[in-house]
Design a protein around this ligand. Structure first.
Ligand code: PFF
Length: 455
């Protein structure tokens, strides 16, 4: 299999368009919904520090590797990996790494869409003033009435999937790029507004800063480290081919190292800002930081219900969440769409109908996990929890590990050198050391520790 000089799907119109699109893929529910609650559950500061270390030492090198493979292969992750392996006269089975990515994207989107649907429902609830003066019990029962009703959850999941597939069906320039040009600036503006509000809570804002940035290592567990590492992959959308396929649409002259660093910084900034917007409200209202996945749906409405302009700020907050989820959702399904178009020779629109329908169907498992299926447990987890755990904590880190091995050990040195085109030789060597030794060692050690093989 030879590799084409250009992607058949076209390419991003500029370096900026790519940065916006990849930041859009990275910034999502992971930053605003998941990061605050896992930081809360794992004790704050020390967890945040491990997470930041993982972003810098594993996330950025793996992101560079993914973009490099994508741009060199110029096709969907399955074909790109295969043609690069062929070119290096290596085992063509590396294409299975591409498959694992396509499948992970499909699995993640199936539950991602249900959570994004809940955020959509909350936009309307908040703007209409439902949360005014609400008590803890009241907020819980509002959330329970949404999640307990499979029909309503299903309706919102359907709306979100349709929105996502409409954007994807319009293609790289007309859909993906156009949508992020509006979504990303809107997202940053809303987030800054919310942090500005939180900063006015005085001592509670300081308490939130302490919580996020003062490490207390006694609160950090082995499981916490795995979650921090898994989240570094999840939040940067790594280990599953989304960034790889975006890299396939990247113009040749763009510096991969520079864009990767920009994307990682922007993503981390959004997560930390989201923490700074959320935790002051949690502290000011005496709420529970370790409330889990319900943190923003059950806890924050109490805060919004008791502040001046709360209906507006609350509505904006959930709108922010929907925008963030939307620009990530399109990247989750793009590897599958690119594969269908390139390998099955069907139109992008048709590919969207097939892949969108399959994802929607699988999403029913998550819909039911909140209500009629909440007792369908496997390994003690609901179907939703299991999908989240297996993808974020197992598939993405293993995918990232394999990508590191592929780009550090399988791809010839001059291939990566040529594609990355890093001007300073020292920086290229630093990348190569991180990708050949540090990333694989870190992922393997964390895995052995969590499985109990290493004590
Ligand atoms: N990075 C997204 C988030 O933080 O919500 C989730 C995600 C999107 C993961 C795309 C993987 C992916 F390919």
């Amino acid at each position: 299999m030879s590799r084409p000089a250009e992607s058949i799907h076209g390419q991003w119109s500029s370096r900026w368009a790519f940065i916006l699109a990849a930041t859009g893929a990275a910034v999502g529910l992971g930053n605003i919904w998941k990061f605050p609650y896992i930081a809360g559950e794992n004790g704050g500061g020390a967890f945040v520090l491990v997470y930041l270390l993982c972003i810098a030492c594993i996330g950025i090198p793996v992101m560079m590797a993914e973009i490099m493979i994508g741009r060199r292969g110029r096709q969907n992750p399955v074909n790109s990996l295969r043609s690069l392996a062929d070119e290096e006269k290596r085992n063509p089975h590396w294409e299975y790494l591409g498959w694992s990515g396509v499948i992970a994207g499909f699995l993640i989107l199936s539950y991602y869409s249900v959570i994004a649907g809940q955020a959509m429902a909350y936009v309307f609830r908040s703007f209409s003033g439902v949360f005014e003066g609400v008590t803890a019990d009241g907020a819980q029962s509002i959330y329970a009435s949404l999640t307990g009703d499979p029909e309503r959850l299903l309706a919102w999941h359907t709306v979100f999937m349709v929105f996502t597939m409409i954007v994807v069906s319009r293609g790289v320039k007309g859909g993906l790029e156009k949508s992020v040009k509006f979504l990303m600036p809107a997202l940053f503006a809303i987030l800054l507004l919310l942090v500005g509000y939180a900063a006015n809570t005085g001592e509670y804002f300081n308490q939130a800063i302490d919580f996020l940035f003062q490490p207390d290592f006694s609160k950090l567990t082995g499981e916490g480290i795995l979650i921090a590492m898994g989240h570094a992959f999840f939040t940067l959308s790594l280990g599953m081919g989304a960034i790889m396929v975006y890299g396939a649409y990247l113009p040749k002259d763009v510096s991969i190292a520079k864009v990767s660093i920009s994307i990682a910084i922007a993503d981390t900034l959004v997560a930390l800002l989201a923490g700074m917007a959320i935790f002051p409200l949690v502290f000011a209202n005496g709420l529970e930081v370790g409330a889990g996945p319900g943190l923003i749906f059950e806890t924050l409405p109490i805060a919004f219900g008791h502040m001046a302009g709360g209906a507006l700020f609350g509505g904006l907050f959930f709108l922010l969440l929907v925008f963030a989820a939307w620009s990530s959702a399109i990247s989750l399904i793009e590897p599958a769409i690119a594969w269908l178009v390139e390998n099955r020779n069907i139109s992008r629109k048709r590919a969207c109908v097939y892949a969108g329908f399959a994802t929607w169907l699988l999403g029913l498992l998550t819909v039911f996990s909140f209500n009629i299926g909440q007792h369908w447990l496997l390994f003690g987890k609901t179907m939703f929890e299991l999908l989240d755990y297996v993808t974020a904590n197992i598939m993405l880190p293993l995918g990232g590990l394999s990508i590191a091995i592929f780009s550090g050990w399988i791809l010839a040195k001059n291939s990566s050198q040529q594609e990355l085109a890093i001007q300073h030789p020292i920086l290229y060597h630093l990348w190569r050391i991180l990708i050949r030794y540090i990333t694989p060692a870190a992922v393997i050690v964390v895995f052995l520790k969590v499985t109990g093989i290493l004590n």
